[in-house]
Design a protein. Structure first.
Length: 222
């Protein structure tokens, strides 16, 4: 058993017509990162922001040892290469639980409510794996209405041929800053080529910026 936390932004009462599951990137924490989604708030939209299960101190050991009295920042990670398959399975179950709990509080049906998968950086592969592997999500009429991958990409080991059906239904939106050192223009082009070869519709959005969310672009996407 593991204690985890998540944030929910949206109506405390009243009908919910759309749920976003938004997964953060490597080294981030929900209390800070979730605040960005105030930019997409509207009546009826519920944004669920789960925090990754593995927290750690940011920075290297030598730096922390040289500054023992300093309060060092903490981040969270979805997985590493160690016990990788176990972490993926744990994460899928965890995201199922979070999705169901958030829907129950909002009186929304997790099997029917329109769902948007949103992932930033490492969270892009995480939310895609959840949509692809979750038995709960697989029972929905549509796994997702939309998949937004910001500063990240599809999992490198995802069988696009096997998952092309629901990905084509959802469509993929790739978002990257023009100075993103990770989602570089070359990597975005590679991702576009993979999607094009698999006949999965996509759109690409570029903005002036680095590896971070941008409130203006978030509002435009929403």
């Amino acid at each position: 058993m593991k204690t985890a936390r998540y944030a929910v932004l949206g109506p405390e009462d009243g009908p919910v017509d759309e749920v976003w599951m938004a997964c953060h990137g490597y080294g981030q924490l929900v209390p800070h990162w979730a605040r960005h989604f105030a930019a997409v708030a509207r009546p009826g939209r519920l944004v669920v922001v789960p925090e990754a299960l593995h927290r750690f101190y940011l920075g290297d050991i030598a730096t922390r040892a040289a500054q023992p009295g300093r309060s060092h920042r903490v981040g969270a990670s979805w997985m590493t290469r160690e016990a990788r398959e176990d972490d993926i399975a744990d994460t899928v179950r965890y995201l199922d639980d979070v999705f169901v709990a958030a829907c129950a509080c909002a009186d929304a049906d997790p099997h029917m409510v329109p769902l948007v998968g949103f992932g930033f950086s490492q969270g892009a592969t995480t939310v895609t794996r959840w949509l692809a592997l979750s038995p709960l999500v697989a029972r929905r009429p549509r796994r997702a209405e939309r998949l937004v991958l910001w500063g990240g990409a599809l999992p490198h080991d995802l069988d696009l041929a096997a998952h092309a059906g629901w990905l084509a239904q959802a469509g993929v939106t790739l978002v990257a800053g023009d100075r993103d050192p990770f989602a570089t223009p070359a990597r975005v082009l590679e991702e576009e080529a993979l999607l094009r070869d698999a006949a999965i519709p996509f759109e690409s959005v570029s903005f002036a910026g680095e590896h971070r969310l941008n409130d203006r672009v978030l509002r435009e996407l929403a």
